[in-house]
Design a protein around this ligand. Structure first.
Ligand code: CAA
Ligand code: NAI
Length: 247
């Protein structure tokens, strides 16, 4: 097992990619603190993860955009499992709109969750990683943050900023034994893409050499690589997991 005895904190883990990651990690012997504001799904999923009989899972409700909530769930997760080795900043939202129609409120909301949320969680968990002398931080960017996407001014801005923070933290934290990397998924079959108009999805699909959207497990396996010892010399990189949609 590739993460035997490790402890990971995964945000946005009640659904989609975050949950797929929790499942892959637990199967690899990792103990996982699932964070989400969706308590109903979070509690139910923890139950099925614990039935796998591998790593242990626990759910902590919280909002990554709210600093006091983040400090609270980070401390609870550390107390529950005794340590934290891996942080996956996966929680994210969209509020799409063309630039001329995008409200200031929707611009700010996406920055609060997708950018400030990543800052909040990393600052809260960092002391625990430093304490271990080794750690892995994985941030979730997006094909939209790297190349831009129609209707996603707010989201692309936040996801591009995540790349900037990833590289900065890789430089700051390398000397403390902490690797910081990002994954930039392409269009992936989760609730997030469910509201995208069918013609946009078809257009995207036609640009993907592999001919299909990503599955949550495709992204979870990239998180696994960056969380495991296999990537000990990988730092400050953005791993594109998008079927080659842009080259
Ligand atoms: N490329 C080129 N042109 C596009 C386009 C695209 N991808 N999407 C829309 N347009 C064009 C439309 O054809 C339309 O053109 P005309 O004015 O000439 O008719 C114009 O832009 C306005 O589009 P809409 O009529 O759809 O405008 P709207 O205000 O009703 O809706 C929108 C705008 C909410 C952005 C809607 O187009 C939409 O939802 N688009 C999809 C946005 C998207 O791809 N989101 C990704 C979500 S998944 C995710 O975020 C995960 C990730 O990381 C990738
Ligand atoms: P999803 O919508 O299926 O799951 C996101 C989860 O995050 C949900 O459980 C939601 O409750 C939780 N969440 C949202 N805001 C939160 C907050 N403030 N605090 C705590 N939890 C919160 O989305 P998906 O697709 O699984 O997305 C995961 C990550 O991958 C996001 O960062 C997203 O931007 C990114 N991504 C997704 C792509 C896709 O096509 N699905 C493509 C590229 C990136």
């Amino acid at each position: 097992m590739r993460l035997e005895g490790k402890v990971a904190l995964i945000t946005g883990a009640a659904n989609g990619i975050g949950y797929a990651a929790a499942e892959v990690f637990v199967k690899e012997g990792c103990h996982v603190a699932l964070i989400d504001f969706d308590a109903e799904k979070g509690e139910a999923k923890v139950k099925s993860l614990n039935e796998l009989g591998r790593g242990k899972a626990a759910f902590f409700q919280g909002d990554v955009a709210d600093r006091s909530s983040v400090d609270s769930f980070a401390a609870k997760a550390k107390e529950h499992f005794g340590k934290i080795d891996i942080l996956i900043n996966n929680a994210g939202i969209t509020r799409d709109g063309m630039l001329h129609k995008l409200s200031a409120e929707n611009f700010q909301k996406v920055l609060d969750v997708n950018l400030t949320g990543v800052f909040n969680c990393t600052q809260a968990v960092l002391p625990y990683l430093i304490e271990n002398g080794k750690g892995k931080i994985i941030n979730t960017s997006s094909v939209s943050g790297v190349y831009g996407n129609v209707g996603q001014t707010n989201y692309a801005a936040a996801k591009a900023a995540v790349v900037g923070m990833t590289k900065t933290w890789a430089k700051e934290l390398g000397r403390k034994g902490i690797n910081v990397n990002a994954v930039a998924p392409g269009f992936t079959e989760t609730g997030m893409v469910a509201s995208v108009p069918e013609n946009v999805i078809e257009g995207m699909k036609s640009m993907i050499p592999l001919g299909r959207l990503g599955k949550p497990e495709d992204i979870a396996k990239a998180y696994l690589y960056l969380a495991s010892d296999d990537s000990d010399y990988v730092n400050g990189t953005v791993l594109h997991v998008d079927g080659g949609i842009m080259m």
